[in-house]
Write a protein of this length. Structure first.
Length: 274
């Protein structure tokens, strides 16, 4: 079975912001829905005692059984379907023998390829009873994404998205990670433009109908600095503070924004006990 070809993707990545027609929106809806359904499927599976590599196996089987491809599997040498990032892991946590414990918060990120189109999404899960401060961080992160989505409309600047997210997060006395950003997406996994989650309103490329990209703020309870572990993938907070992330793939429409990765079951924000 063929998986994502790094050389093929590189040849498709021109550096220009792509504008897509109506049929591309339909392709992105199919990809986004399957990605969201995969994360919906995992909601009852994320519980104390579960091993993260078992969650990865469930996701891989789900995507392949649907006739789609896991975009991350073998992408730039990565060996898994999911990224699973608990507690102070900011992003790109690698599934393995780690067992999730009572009180953990964990981000699970999945990207699927359906008929060549990429659906990329992540959300936060609580493991058993979660502390009030952790639940507050998750709430702030989801609202930060909502603030970013509200800034998407034709004629706005890409910087308007980051400015809205940063203003909200810092007003809540949290911090926005600077080292990672959202990205253009479509038939290419990572494409132009970059979507920063901080910055100045009115800056950056102008948003136009037909643009596809992800918005995926990473929010820390402590300072924004992160570091990369020796595995070359896992990013963690430097001060070991808790981190949270949520992500949607979206398209700019004539009147605003369409979210391709909305949860069919209404579980984009799974209930977190505490």
């Amino acid at each position: 079975m063929a998986f994502v070809d790094d050389a093929l993707e590189a040849s498709m990545r021109t550096g220009a912001v792509k504008l897509h027609a109506a049929e591309a929106f339909e392709g992105m809806r199919r990809a986004g829905q399957l990605a969201a359904e995969c994360l919906d499927m995992l909601v009852p599976e994320v519980r104390p005692g579960v091993v993260t590599e078992d969650l990865d196996r469930l996701a891989r089987e789900f995507v392949l059984d649907a006739g789609a491809l896991p975009a991350c599997l073998f992408y730039k040498g990565y060996g898994h379907t999911l990224c699973i990032s608990p507690n102070h892991v900011v992003c790109h946590g690698i599934p393995g023998p780690r067992t999730l414990r009572e009180g953990d918060i964990v981000n699970i990120d999945v990207t699927v390829i359906v008929d060549g189109w990429h659906g990329d999404t992540s959300r936060m899960y609580g493991v058993g009873e979660v502390s009030a401060r952790a639940r507050r961080l998750v709430d702030v992160t989801y609202e930060a994404l909502a603030q970013g989505l509200a800034a998407v409309k034709p004629g706005a600047g890409v910087g308007d998205i980051g400015a809205a997210i940063q203003a909200y997060v810092e007003a809540q006395r949290c911090s926005v990670v600077r080292d990672f950003c959202g990205h253009g997406v479509g038939r290419v996994f990572h494409d132009a433009p970059n979507i920063l989650h901080y910055g100045r309103a009115g800056t950056g490329p102008v948003l136009k109908p037909g643009m596809f990209f992800t918005i995926e703020p990473m929010v820390n309870l402590g300072k924004h600095q992160v570091k990369l572990l020796a595995d070359g993938w896992t990013a963690v907070t430097r001060d070991k503070s808790l981190s949270a992330q949520c992500e949607h793939t979206v398209g700019v429409t004539e009147t605003g924004v369409e979210v391709f990765t909305a949860s069919p079951a209404g579980l984009f924000k799974p209930p977190i006990a505490g």
